[in-house]
Design a protein around this ligand. Structure first.
Ligand SMILES: [Zn+2]
Length: 205
């Protein structure tokens, strides 16, 4: 059987939405459809004033047009980047946020994946620095090269170093962490310890 929930200031989600604090949320903002047999969750916008968005795995907002498949732990933003928008986790529409266990399970996996990617990036950087530092020396000691050829090789190596260096963005993964490793209830960034303990200082667990 399919169950439909209207999400909004006058919606039938299992929690109240503060009219003043979250004024970017329409009375009838979005619709969640849950197929209880197949456990398929679908979300659509109900013609809201400020739009319905989902937060993707990199922490970016993606606007919902038409009907999209989501999971119970998908973060939904009612109103997008507006200061008075509201971000919720899909299952709270149905259960009111009595437990965030599935969200913390997912956060643990996500954090482990992020840490793997951070380590990999650091290692790649280290080796590239070593190779590029050695390149001009190699150009100098190759026998039989004219002065001009040596000069061009050394310039090319340092140019390559500068270009690749400017492409490094060490903040990207840290930024992704601050946008994705957040409390499913209050939205604050969580520490490694919080994720490990499956709880947030706000009381969500
Ligand atoms: Zn919290």
């Amino acid at each position: 059987m399919k169950k439909e929930y209207i999400i909004g200031r006058e919606g039938d989600q299992k929690f109240e939405i503060d009219d003043h604090k979250f004024s970017a949320v329409s009375r009838r903002h979005a619709k969640l459809t849950v197929d209880e047999e197949s456990n398929e969750w679908r979300l659509s916008d109900e013609g809201s004033a400020n739009g319905t968005y989902i937060v993707d795995s990199r922490g970016d907002l993606v606007q919902v047009t038409g009907e999209v498949a989501i999971s119970p732990t998908t973060r939904i933003s009612l109103g997008g980047k507006r200061y008075n928008a509201l971000t919720i986790v899909a299952h709270t529409v149905v259960d009111g946020g009595s437990t965030f266990a599935p969200d913390f399970d997912e956060l643990e996996h996500r954090l482990a994946d992020l840490k793997r990617r951070m380590t990999k990036k650091r290692n790649n950087l280290k080796w590239r620095r070593i190779i590029l530092a050695l390149l001009p020396i190699v150009c100098l000691v190759i026998p039989g090269l004219g002065m001009e050829a040596r000069f061009i090789s050394i310039s090319a190596a340092s140019l390559l170093n500068a270009v690749l260096g400017s492409m490094d963005d060490p903040t990207t993964l840290a930024e992704e962490r601050s946008r994705t490793i957040v409390c499913p209830k209050c939205g604050r960034a969580l520490s490694d310890k919080d994720v490990e303990r499956h709880s947030c200082p706000c009381g969500a667990h």
